[in-house]
Every structure is written in structure tokens, then in C-alpha cells.
Design a protein around this ligand. Structure first.
Ligand SMILES: *Cc1c(COP(=O)(O)O)cnc(C)c1O
Length: 427
């Protein structure tokens, strides 16, 4: 096993003698075969190979393989977005009539997917506070619970999840833990090492890192024993009529069942593919992920310390600060740094926050985060505007919260911009 920095550069695609050095963009919808028998084997999942890029594409597979190596997983797939990744990861095991336990401080888009859209599909969610007691967490489970879901570092609340606590509860109830590792990236945390079974990403964020391509990924640890809980997971442990009765957990084992099923059924039917062009761009981002994450964390730490010292700032949330309620969890799960995203509350509440937002000059307002370029957002008036104040507080997003995504620019320039915006308050 190579060190992670080397995997960022060399993982996935391995060229043969005389082949392209960079992973080729296989911009082809379809693949040619000489006999119908060759093709039939692919359709029956009897042989592996490419036939149509909605199911699999070599460029996407090369990049997925790199992400699997980075996370220490057994298999991975790319999706068109992080939303598609989280939807597939959950829907692959929880369908109509099932139930899922999720941390309440998750990304607004994921909350909506779970609480509104998947609810309409018949999947129910119970949301628990990430800092709930083990007793409270265990009480959220039902006989029809099929998974537990959380984010390593929640977007935008930037609270750190106690992954081991959630994994322990999930496994005690015979279900897998799904962790969205978008903000930490495998550079700073590898959730599988702490007990997570499935890891998801919005690759739109740090993995791409340049605001260039929307995308997602799902990684399977290959560790969850589906057959040991066959009654809970009929989709994996009973015959699939749409593939001549194959049983995914038997045919592809612990290592391959989850991703094969998600590809063969969900990607086939929903078609949320990442384009080969986007996968190529994502791979360029992955090649420098380790270097960028280090700078993001260094800059964010300095920014957090500056904010803490400014008289117009009420509070700062960043687990690198000793005063942060997640400092200890950060020291445990994110030893080398957490991410470039932090949040702070301006003195004077929602109105003051709106005022400060008007004065940023170098740092623009964007719904985006985790980009090489710094950006900021006031979630209460943007991404979270469909939530009322009570829901906002429960999701860990106070009305005065400003989310700052610290980029890889020179930190002195960034601090100067934030300082002049804060100094302008009330003037
Ligand atoms: C952005 C984000 C998503 C959604 O990803 P998209 O690529 O925008 O669809 C999911 N989870 C987290 C933690 C995110 O930050």
C-alpha cells in the first residue's frame, strides 16, 4: 500500500507500454463487439466489460478506482453529483417501507432529499443530533431501519461526527453506516478506518477543487456482511429478476455486491452518470488534493484565530480552535487538519450578518464551498431559506451564521478582506 499522496498522483489508471501517460477521455457512448454472444455475457453480468457509458465507462472507472484506493475501499463508482451519490447510497439498501437514522446536521440538499423527496418514495428518516448520547442514538432505530447516515464534517455547521459512536450503533442493529466524507476528504479522514461501511462524496468540492465539474462518488468498504443480515437486505441477498436471478451478495461477495447492484440497477434505471470529460477534470483535481488540503487547513486555522480576536465576531466554529466544542473529536478523527470551511456569527444577529456580506471584496458570495478560491455565504438567506428559524437552529445553522470557505490564496490578503468587512459594520 502506497502513501496517500502517491495514490493521489498515481492511483487508478496505470498505463501499459506505449499507452497515454494521462488517463484517456473515452468520449464514447458505446462499445463494439463482434458477436451477440460476447454482448450477451456482459448483459447477464457474466463477463465484465463495457457496452454503454450509462452503465460503465473506462475513464470514469479509472477515476473511481483512484477514489476507492484513497478511501481504502474495495470498489467505487462515480455519479453525476453528490446528490446522486447520497441518493444511490441510501436507496440501494432502503426502499419503500424502510427507515434510516441520520444525523440532523447534514447538508441542506441532503436533508431535503431525505426529509421530503425520499419520504415521498416511502423511506422514512429519523434525525438525531450528532452529539446525542448512545442511548438516544439506539432509541432512534426501528425493526425496519436499514442504514445510518452522517457527515464527517457537517456542511455548513462544520461539526465533527463521532464516527465510531455511529458505527457501533449501526452495527449493533445489523445495518451499515454511510458517511459523506466530502469536507474532510480521505486526506484528512478515512471513515472506513473508523467503522464506516459506505463512503460518499460530492466530488464537486475539494476533490475537483477548482469549481469546474459537478460530480459525486460512492465507495464501498467491502466489509459489511450482507448475507449475515439477509432478511434486512433482500435487494442484495435475494435473486434479481432483472438479471436472471443473480444474487449480488453471493456472486460478487462483500467486496463487490453493493457497487455492482448500484450500477446494474440504479445507474441503469436513473442514469445519473458522470461524463468522461468531467471525470478527467476530477482526476486533475485529485492529483493535487493532498497539497491543496494542507494549504486550505493552514489558511482556515489562521482565519479562525483572526476571527476569534475580532470585536465584531460573536463566535467562531472551527474544530482547530481549542475553544471549539468539536476540538476533541477533531483531534481524534482529523489529526492533520479538518478542512477550509469555517463558520462564524457576527455580533448583531441576522441583520449584521447581511451587512457584513455586502462589504466583502476579494471574497465573493457563492453557494459553492471547498474551492481553491475563497468564497462566503449567509445560509439563512440562501441555501437554507426554506427552513424556519427553529429548523435552522436544529440543523446547526444559526440565522447570524456566515460560512466562509477559505481558499489557497495568500492568507494575509484573505484576512485583510475579512477585517475591512467586519470593521465596516455599523459605520
Ligand atoms: C455539496 C454537498 C453535497 C451535494 O453535492 P452536489 O455535488 O452539489 O450534488 C452533498 N454533501 C455534502 C457534504 C456537500 O457539501
Amino acid at each position: 500500500m502506497k502513501k496517500i499522496e502517491t495514490t493521489c498522483v498515481h492511483g487508478g489508471y496505470v498505463p501499459g507500454n506505449g499507452e497515454p501517460r494521462q488517463t484517456p477521455i473515452i468520449q464514447s457512448t458505446t462499445f463494439k463487439y463482434n458477436t451477440s454472444e460476447d454482448m450477451a455475457k456482459l448483459f447477464d453480468l457474466e463477463a465484465s466489460g463495457y457496452f454503454y457509458s450509462r452503465l460503465q465507462n473506462p475513464t470514469c472507472d479509472n477515476v473511481a478506482a483512484k477514489i476507492a484506493q484513497l478511501e481504502g475501499g474495495s470498489a467505487a463508482m462515480l455519479t453525476s453529483s453528490g446528490q446522486a451519490a447520497n441518493f444511490f447510497a441510501v436507496f440501494n439498501i432502503a426502499t419503500c417501507g424502510d427507515h434510516v437514522v441520520a444525523s440532523s446536521t447534514i447538508y441542506g440538499g441532503t436533508y431535503n432529499l431525505f426529509a421530503v423527496t425520499m419520504k415521498k418514495m416511502g423511506v422514512e428518516f429519523t434525525f438525531v443530533a450528532p452529539d446525542c448520547t448512545e442511548k438516544e442514538l439506539n432509541a432512534a432505530f426501528r425493526p425496519n431501519t436499514k442504514a445510518v447516515f452522517g457527515e464527517t464534517i457537517a456542511n455548513p455547521a462544520v461539526v465533527v461526527l463521532d464516527i465510531e459512536k455511529f458505527a457501533k450503533a449501526a452495527h449493533a442493529h445489523g445495518v451499515p453506516l454511510i458517511i459523506d466524507n466530502t469536507f474532510a476528504t480521505p486526506i484528512n479522514c478515512r471513515p472506513i478506518e473508523w467503522g464506516a461501511d459506505i463512503v460518499t462524496h460530492s466530488t464537486t468540492k475539494y476533490m475537483d477543487g477548482h469549481g469546474a465539474a459537478v460530480g459525486g462518488a460512492i465507495v464501498d468498504s467491502g466489509k459489511f456482511d450482507w448475507m449475515a443480515h439477509a432478511d434486512k437486505f433482500p435487494g442484495l441477498c435475494e435473486p434479481d429478476d432483472s438479471y436472471h436471478g443473480i444474487v449480488y451478495a453471493k456472486k460478487f461477495g462483500k467486496e463487490g455486491a453493493f457497487i455492482t447492484k448500484a450500477t446494474a440497477q440504479l445507474m441503469r434505471d436513473f442514469g445519473a452518470v458522470q461524463s468522461p470529460q468531467s471525470a478527467f477534470i476530477l482526476n486533475l483535481g485529485l492529483e493535487s488534493l493532498h497539497v491543496r488540503m494542507q494549504r486550505h487547513c493552514e489558511n482556515a486555522q489562521k482565519m479562525a484565530e483572526f476571527l476569534q480576536s475580532h470585536p465584531n465576531v460573536e463566535w467562531v466554529t472551527y474544530c482547530g480552535l481549542k475553544s471549539d466544542k468539536c476540538y476533541d473529536l477533531g483531534q481524534k478523527y482529523l489529526k492533520n487538519g479538518s478542512c477550509g470551511v469555517l463558520s462564524f456569527g457576527v455580533k448583531g444577529g441576522r441583520k449584521a450578518a447581511e451587512e457584513v456580506m455586502k462589504h466583502f471584496s476579494l471574497i465573493p458570495i457563492e453557494t459553492h464551498v471547498a474551492d481553491a478560491r475563497s468564497c462566503c455565504l449567509h445560509p439563512a438567506s440562501a441555501t437554507h431559506r426554506q427552513m424556519n428559524d427553529e429548523e435552522l437552529v436544529r440543523a446547526g445553522v444559526r440565522p447570524e451564521l456566515i460560512r466562509l470557505s477559505v481558499g489557497i490564496e495568500n492568507i494575509d490578503d484573505l484576512i485583510a478582506d475579512v477585517k475591512q468587512a467586519l470593521d465596516a459594520l455599523g459605520k
